[in-house]
Unconditional design. Structure first.
Length: 189
């Protein structure tokens, strides 16, 4: 008799045998899953002490509010400048990927002014804002002259807050008064 036919005949005559096999397979799968979980727990314990850190819930662009969640990670992988507490009005100073640990250099509680690099000054420049976003690098031109390389630190309804080096501030100020400012998006600083 063919083996498959013999198995069907056996199950038809003894239905308890079928259920015995089902229970045995389910038990084997359950035992295998329990052992896998135990191995993961043992590996986690082998890393040592755990610490709670803030990680980005979603990708965050510069100037956006920080959206973060607490996560337990091994102490060995926690950076020295990991944030212990995030103020409710904190914004991102730089791009932060989803799942990255939040550090002091990622967070600012002082708003847009914190996005202006040291030694730079920010100006409000009228512009079509649907082309620019916070963190974009750009060149600021006046008539046919490059005034400075800049950085978008805030976006309004019909204007941008553009930060430039302080040495170029008088030239941009004069260009703004003459209504002769053109912005050019660049790929890098």
């Amino acid at each position: 008799m063919h083996q498959l036919a013999w198995i069907r005949l056996m199950v038809a005559r003894h239905p308890w045998a079928y259920w015995l096999v089902v229970v045995a397979l389910a038990g084997a799968v359950g035992l295998s899953a329990a052992r896998a979980v135990a191995r993961v727990d043992a590996a986690r314990r082998s890393w040592g002490q755990q610490q709670s850190v803030w990680t980005a819930s979603v990708a965050i662009e510069p100037g956006q509010p920080i959206t973060a969640q607490r996560l337990e990670v091994p102490l060995a992988v926690v950076p020295a400048n990991a944030v212990l507490d995030i103020p409710p009005d904190a914004i991102a100073m730089q791009r932060v990927g989803a799942g990255e640990m939040i550090t002091d250099s990622d967070v600012s509680a002082s708003g847009t002014a914190a996005l202006v690099p040291d030694g730079w000054v920010a100006f409000v420049v009228p512009a079509a804002v649907d082309h620019f976003s916070v963190g974009d690098h750009l060149n600021v031109y006046s008539v046919d002259q490059l005034v400075a390389a800049g950085l978008v630190v805030d976006v309004g309804e019909s204007e941008l807050m553009v930060a430039i080096p302080s040495a170029s501030a008088p030239a941009l100020s004069a260009a703004l008064l003459a209504d002769a400012v053109t912005l050019g998006l660049t790929s890098s600083p």
